[in-house]
Ligand binder design. Structure first.
Ligand SMILES: [Zn+2]
Length: 419
């Protein structure tokens, strides 16, 4: 899907160029975990033309690389996010990346051209939206401040050589919500709950046809129109660009969450898609496959779950036929955890590329998580070339899972699949 909007990129490397805003930012911490901390400037919350917007800040605990410009490193990002509270959708308008206090990179898009999407639950975008939509516009609380704000942030977009972004020193953030996951993986979260707590399964009364009725939060499983998996059948030839991935960092640990076996990765593996950087969070498995290709199901399917800093997800599906053993699985299955929710550190060095074929030609379409809450807006990529896994490897997985863990294919509903 071609992006219509133009990004205008500009770089400011000198701190002295940054205008210090006259409004004092009041940063409120929304969540924190091992990798990052999310805060929101509650003084920046404004409502205009039925949209709310706020500045958010993500402080990373390790230095991040801007993959579009690999020489740019940053450990803090300030982002201007817009929220349509009625439809519960959001879009990013500006991003500023800093290394300590020095601005190293920024990008902007006119909000009129931005695509509003429903954030994946429990991601940074979602948390910021829930907080912002529940707050009063700061202009209602304090008129003079609002005046400063309107002249200050939102209008600056394309081509601005300078910004007057809120760079006031953060006030000590009060705790308002307990720490939560990163933009990371909603799918990971969804699949992490053990069966006794999960209220969903692959069988019987809590099986896939019932998911949408089990909890209000799972309603999308029933009413969604872009649900995954699908049978990839009629496609449009779009001459897709080769996949851009960096896969040099090994797997960290492996966990049996009762719904799947999940391998968590250290930060550093990335997928570049639609000019956005998606970090590989985890890989997990389904047997038999969830997607079908032209009516054919496969013995197994691996899902490489990636998330960007805003919580958008991109998942790559790799199919396995029964055949020769896969080297990656061999390393993993040696440590296949039988106990639930006890991550085991991986001793063999396993790179994500060891579970992907050399030929990375792919199908692409929009879809959802294949587990409750079935959230939509997931960028799906299914690699055309299957890998093989030995009969013993497939059975080892099935034996630990004790049941099939594939959601049946869903209606296409007019979606386009490109290849
Ligand atoms: Zn999956």
């Amino acid at each position: 899907m071609p992006k219509k909007f133009l990004y205008s990129l500009f770089l400011i490397c000198n701190l002295s160029l940054i205008t210090i805003s006259s409004h004092a930012a009041v940063w409120v911490k929304l969540s924190e975990n091992k990798t990052s901390k999310l805060s929101i400037d509650k003084q920046s919350i404004l409502e205009k033309d039925k949209l709310k917007r706020a500045w958010v800040k993500i402080e990373y605990k390790t230095v991040q690389k801007n993959l579009e410009f690999p020489d740019k490193e940053y450990n803090q990002a300030k982002l201007l996010w817009y929220f349509d509270c009625d439809s519960q959708k959001s879009a990013a308008s500006q991003v500023f990346q800093y290394l300590d206090t020095t601005l190293v990179h920024s990008a902007a898009i006119d909000i009129k051209n931005a695509e509003f999407i429903e954030p994946v639950p429990e991601t940074e975008f979602d948390r910021a939206m829930r907080y912002t939509c529940s707050r009063k516009d700061s202009s209602q609380a304090s008129a003079p401040k609002a005046k400063q704000l309107t002249t200050q942030a939102p209008a600056k977009t394309e081509g601005s050589p300078q910004s007057s972004v809120a760079t006031a020193p953060p006030a000590p953030p009060p705790e308002i919500e307990k720490t939560a996951d990163t933009a990371a993986a909603t799918e990971k979260k969804a699949e992490k709950e053990p069966p006794h707590a999960a209220h969903w399964s692959y069988e019987d009364k809590a099986g896939p046809t019932e998911w949408g009725k089990l909890k209000p939060e799972f309603a999308t499983c029933d009413v969604g129109k872009n649900q995954s998996p699908i049978d990839i059948d009629s496609t449009i030839d779009a001459d897709l660009k080769p996949l851009k991935m960096l896969q040099k960092f090994p797997a960290k640990d492996i966990v049996n969450n009762g719904h799947t076996i999940q391998v968590n990765f250290k930060d550093g593996n990335n997928l570049i898609l639609d000019n956005m950087v998606f970090k590989l969070k985890q890989v997990h498995f389904h047997a038999p496959s969830e997607h079908m290709i032209k009516g054919k199901a496969f013995a197994m399917e691996a899902h490489f779950v990636h998330a960007d800093s805003k919580g958008n997800l991109a998942v790559i599906g790799v199919m396995f036929n029964e055949g020769k053993a896969n080297i990656g699985l061999e390393k993993l299955w040696k440590q296949m955890p039988k106990n639930l929710d006890k991550p085991v550190n991986i001793v063999s060095r396993l790179l994500p590329s060891e579970m992907m074929p050399k030929n990375l030609d792919y199908y692409r379409f929009n879809g959802s998580l294949t587990t409750p809450p079935c959230s939509e807006g997931v960028r799906w990529i299914v690699i055309k070339t299957p890998l093989t896994a030995s009969k013993a490897q497939i059975e080892a997985f099935q034996n630990v899972m004790k049941h099939h863990n594939n959601r049946p294919v869903q209606e296409i509903n007019g979606r386009i699949i490109v290849e």
